[in-house]
Design a binder for this molecule. Structure first.
Ligand code: FAD
Length: 380
C-alpha cells in the first residue's frame, strides 16, 4: 500500500531500487551470507547507480533528498531478504555519512562527500564499546590533544562494516573531567591509520552477510582536520544522528516484515493441509491479515516520523515510538511467518528462517525498545 507521504518522484526511486534488489541482490544473498560480507564490487555498482547519493547535498555530488527518501530506500533494501546485506548499505548511507553531511565543515564535505556518494569510500560508525552500548555517555575511548591533532585510545564493539570501512567515525572522550554526556567528540579515522585495527569479526545469530568487528585504537593519531564538528559536542551529534539511524532501520524493518508476509502468502496459498490450501483456514488468513494491518500502520508511522523530521520539527518522541513499535512488530511478523511455514520454516535453506534470525536485532540495535520507551515516557 503506497504511503500518502510518497510522491511520484519517490515512487520512481522505489521502483528502480526494487527492480535492482530483486534482480541483483535477492538471487545472491545466500552466497554473501556464507561469505560473511557483501562483495565490494556490489557496493561499487550500487554507488555508480546513485543509491548512496540520495541524502548527500547536490553540491557534493548527491541528490539532496530528505529522510522520506531514506525510508523508501531502506524499505526496499529490507526486501532483499538478508538483513546483513541491507545493514551493510544502510550503515554507510544513513548511519555514518550524515556525520559529515550534517556536522562536517566545508573542507571535510568537499573532501569526503563526493566519494561517499559514489561509493569510492565506504563508512562505519563506532560508538558502542564492550562496556557502553545503550548508555552512550559511558564510553571510555579517550582522545588527547597531540601536536596538530589527536591521539586516540580505546576499543569499539559490534561495529558494522568495521573490518573493511575506508572511513570510520569514532566517538571518544575529549574531556573526561565533565560528567555525563558532555566531553565526547567524533573523529574520522581512515583505514590503514597506524594503530587502528579490526581485531576480530564477530559471529552472529543473524545478519551473516554483514561484517561486525571489534575495533582497537592503540595510540592512533589523526590530524585536527579529522575532528568532526566542534570539540566536546559529539554526544549531541550522536543523539541527533540517531534520528537518521532509527528511521532507516525501521524503514528496513517494514520492508522485511512486508517481504516476510508476501513470501508467506505465496506459501500458504500453495501448501495443502487437510485437503485444502492453508489459506482456506480462517485462523491462518486472519492472523496474516492482522499482521498486514499492523505493517500498514507501522509503515505510515515511519513515514510520518520521517516527514516530521524533514520539516525540522522535534521528532524525537515519534521516532522513538516508531523504533519501539516497529522493532517489536517485525519480530511478531516473522514469528508468525515461520509458524505458517511449518517445519520448513525451521530449515536453514528456507528464506523465512534467515529473516526470522535477522529480525531479532531490530528491537536491540540502534536503541533497545526499553531505551526508546524511556525517551517516549520522558515526553509524556
Ligand atoms: C550486529 C550488531 C551490529 C551493531 N552495529 C553497530 C555499529 O555499527 N556501531 C555502533 O556503535 N554500535 C553497533 N551496535 C551496537 C548496538 O547499537 C548496541 O548493541 C545496542 O545499542 C545495545 O547496547 P548493548 O549491547 O551494550 O546493551 P546494553 O546497553 O547492555 O543493554 C542490554 C539490554 O538492557 C535493556 N536496557 C538497556 N537500557 C535500559 C533501560 N534504560 N531501561 C530498561 N532496560 C534497559 C535492553 O533490553 C537492552 O537490550 C551493533 C550491535 C549488533 C549486535
Amino acid at each position: 500500500m503506497r504511503s500518502i507521504y510518497v510522491d511520484d518522484d519517490l515512487q520512481a526511486i522505489r521502483d528502480q531500487v526494487r527492480e535492482y534488489v530483486e534482480r541483483e541482490l535477492v538471487p545472491n544473498v545466500e552466497q554473501w551470507e556464507e561469505a560473511g560480507e557483501v562483495p565490494r564490487e556490489v557496493l561499487d555498482e550500487m554507488g555508480k547507480l546513485g543509491f548512496f547519493a540520495l541524502r548527500i547535498p547536490e553540491e557534493y555530488g548527491g541528490l539532496g533528498m530528505g529522510h522520506i527518501a531514506s525510508v523508501v530506500f531502506a524499505e526496499e533494501m529490507g526486501r532483499s531478504t538478508s538483513g546483513g546485506t541491507s545493514i551493510t548499505v544502510l550503515v554507510h548511507t544513513d548511519l555514518a555519512t550524515p556525520y559529515v553531511t550534517n556536522f562536517g565543515n566545508q573542507e571535510q564535505k568537499a573532501r569526503w562527500l563526493p566519494k561517499f556518494a559514489s561509493g569510492e569510500l565506504i563508512t562505519a560508525i563506532a560508538v558502542t564499546e564492550p562496556d557502553a552500548g545503550s548508555d552512550v555517555a559511558g564510553i571510555r575511548a579517550r582522545a588527547r590533544r597531540d601536536g596538530d591533532g589527536w591521539r586516540i585510545n580505546g576499543t569499539k564493539m559490534f561495529i558494522t562494516n568495521g573490518g573493511f570501512a575506508d572511513v570510520v567515525f569514532v566517538a571518544a572522550k575529549t574531556n573526561p573531567d565533565v560528567k555525563g554526556s558532555r566531553g565526547i567528540s567524533i573523529f574520522a579515522v581512515e583505514k590503514g591509520t597506524e594503530g587502528f585495527a579490526a581485531s576480530r569479526a564477530l559471529d552472529k545469530m543473524g545478519w551473516h552477510a554483514s561484517n561486525t568487528a571489534e575495533l582497537v585504537l592503540d595510540d592512533v593519531w589523526v590530524p585536527d582536520s579529522h575532528l568532526i564538528g566542534e570539540e566536546n559536542e559529539g554526544f549531541y551529534y550522536i543523539m541527533e544522528n540517531f534520528q537518521n539511524e532509527r528511521l532507516a532501520l525501521m524503514g528496513a524493518a517494514i520492508g522485511e516484515a512486508q517481504k516476510a508476509i508476501d513470501l508467506t502468502l505465496d506459501y500458504v496459498k500453495e501448501r495443502e493441509v487437510f485437503g485444502e490450501p492453508l489459506w482456506e483456514k480462517q485462523a491462518v488468513r486472519q492472523r496474516l491479515a492482522m499482521r498486514q494491518a499492523e505493517v500498514d500502520a507501522g509503515r505510515e508511522l515511519v513515514y510520518k516520523a520521517a516527514w516530521l523530521t524533514d520539516q525540522g520539527e522535534d521528532s524525537v518522541r515519534l521516532v522513538s515510538e516508531v523504533k519501539a513499535l516497529v522493532g517489536e512488530l517485525v519480530n511478531r511478523v516473522v514469528y508468525d511467518c515461520v509458524q505458517f511455514h511449518g517445519g520448513m520454516g525451521f530449515i536453514t535453506e528456507s528464506t523465512i528462517e534467515r529473516m526470522y534470525r535477522d529480525a531479532r536485532i531490530a528491537s536491540i540495535g540502534g536503541g533497545a525498545t526499553e531505551v526508546m520507551l524511556e525517551e517516549v515516557a520522558k515526553r509524556l
